[in-house]
Design a binder for this molecule. Structure first.
Ligand code: PLP
Length: 405
């Protein structure tokens, strides 16, 4: 394997983002392939016993076992780190593997974690169920309320954990304030940036310590594989994450890493086109939803309570927004009337996908917990894809009409 200029940080850090997305982290085999090679191997062989001993002792660089390193996965990790502006990154099997690893690698019994109230269902499950089982105290707060974060801090608070925008309420966290507050109190901020990807928002520019991903979403971008990533300082990755990951094994499969690598090459183009379509569709629907007494939760529209903050933190609004209608029957009627947009709970896909969170992604939690985080019975969430936006507008128009809106 030959490292290319793509693996030399002294060179790649001066590249502009589009160049990093296409060339960052590339290694080449003796065949000189243009597209990154896919190394489907669990193990490695050595010329002699001294070599393997030196590698295990850490005296010599090189692969030893794919739970510890794999060349295809390493290329993905370096590319994501560059795009994120992070010192280091480790790929994970899924977004939830990434969130679990990012939290459990640093929290111990007796520690306290403050988390956003509005979050992806499984992220809330970690906070409400998994962490307390290991003696880790948790508090959930209204993530858009800066004072609530400060009020929740205790002497043993070790981690802040949140999404921005949040799934599916699109609550926006003031990254500058909340990450700054964490730093001032020696707390590690862990940001789940799945709704944006580094193409639309780079939380480390606002002081975030750790950025974790579901790469299943925008990074893959075409609904093919599950993958995740955790980005942080060299110190965090080497001293906290790696001992956890190497011994518990939530690793990203090389094939999935390869698919995501190819996705990153077009991430910025896609993320901006998704955002443009989402803004146009949101603008088309806004008056109609408001006239029927519903609410648009769309970070790209001036009606969003954190519109100014979203404009400051995000390069564009992203593919996802939510809106409310008059209860579950009307929400289901809209879904059932769709002819182009699919009923699906995935996001970040090139296809437009719509779902009813209360009966799908957030069905696992109690009605009170849903109510508290703002996931109402009449809420619908849409991932706006890369189709022609006029076709999406026409489909939404006829589905709303069919449901009486
Ligand atoms: C999808 C998602 C996850 C989980 O990712 P998987 O790849 O499905 O495990 C975590 N957080 C957010 C915000 C998500 O949208």
């Amino acid at each position: 394997m030959k490292k290319t200029t793509g693996t030399d940080r002294s060179i790649t850090q001066s590249w502009r983002p589009a160049t990093q997305a296409v060339r960052g982290g590339t290694w080449r085999s003796e065949h000189g392939e243009t597209s990154e090679a896919l190394f489907l191997t669990s193990g490695y062989t050595y010329d002699d016993a001294a070599t393997v001993a030196a590698r295990f002792a850490g005296d010599e660089q090189g692969m030893t076992y794919s739970r510890l390193q794999n060349p295809t996965v390493a290329m993905l990790e370096e590319r994501i780190a560059l795009m994120e502006g992070a010192q280091a990154c480790r790929a994970q099997a899924s977004g939830m593997a990434a969130m679990t690893a990012a939290l459990l690698c640093q929290l111990s019994a007796g520690d306290h974690c403050v988390a956003a109230r509005a979050a992806f269902g499984s992220c809330r499950w970690l906070v409400d169920n998994l962490l307390p089982r290991f003696g880790i105290e948790t508090t959930v707060v209204d993530s858009a309320d800066n004072a609530a974060w400060e009020a929740a801090i205790r002497p043993n608070t070790k981690v802040f954990f949140f999404e921005s925008p949040a799934n599916p309420t699109l609550d926006i966290v003031d990254l500058d304030y909340v990450c700054g507050l964490a730093t001032a109190h020696g707390i590690t901020s862990v940001v789940d940036n799945a709704f944006c990807s580094p193409a639309l928002q780079r939380p480390m520019e606002f002081g975030a310590d750790v950025v974790a991903y579901s790469a299943t979403k925008l990074m893959d971008g075409q609904g093919r594989v599950l993958a995740g990533a955790v980005c942080g300082s060299e110190e965090f990755i080497n001293d906290s994450l790696l001992p956890f990951q190497r011994n518990t094994g939530p690793n990203c499969a090389p094939f999935n890493a390869w698919v995501v690598l190819k996705g990153l090459e077009t991430l910025s183009l896609r993320a901006h086109k998704h955002s443009e379509n989402a803004l146009k569709l949101g603008q088309f629907m806004e008056e109609r939803i408001a006239a029927a007494g519903g609410t648009m939760m769309h970070p790209g529209l001036a009606s969003h309570p954190s519109y100014a903050l979203a404009q400051k933190q995000m390069d564009a609004c992203g593919p996802i927004f939510s809106f409310t209608v008059d209860g579950r029957p009307q929400a289901h009627a809209i879904l059932d009337a769709l002819k182009l947009i699919d009923i699906s709970n995935n996001i970040g896909d090139a296809r437009s996908l719509m779902c009813h969170p209360a009966s799908t992604t957030h069905a696992g939690m109690s009605a009170e917990a849903r109510e508290e985080m703002g996931v109402s019975e009449g809420m619908l969430r849409i991932n706006v894809g890369l189709e022609d936006v006029q076709d999406l507008i026409e489909d939404m128009d006829q589905a709303l009409k069919a449901a009486g809106l």
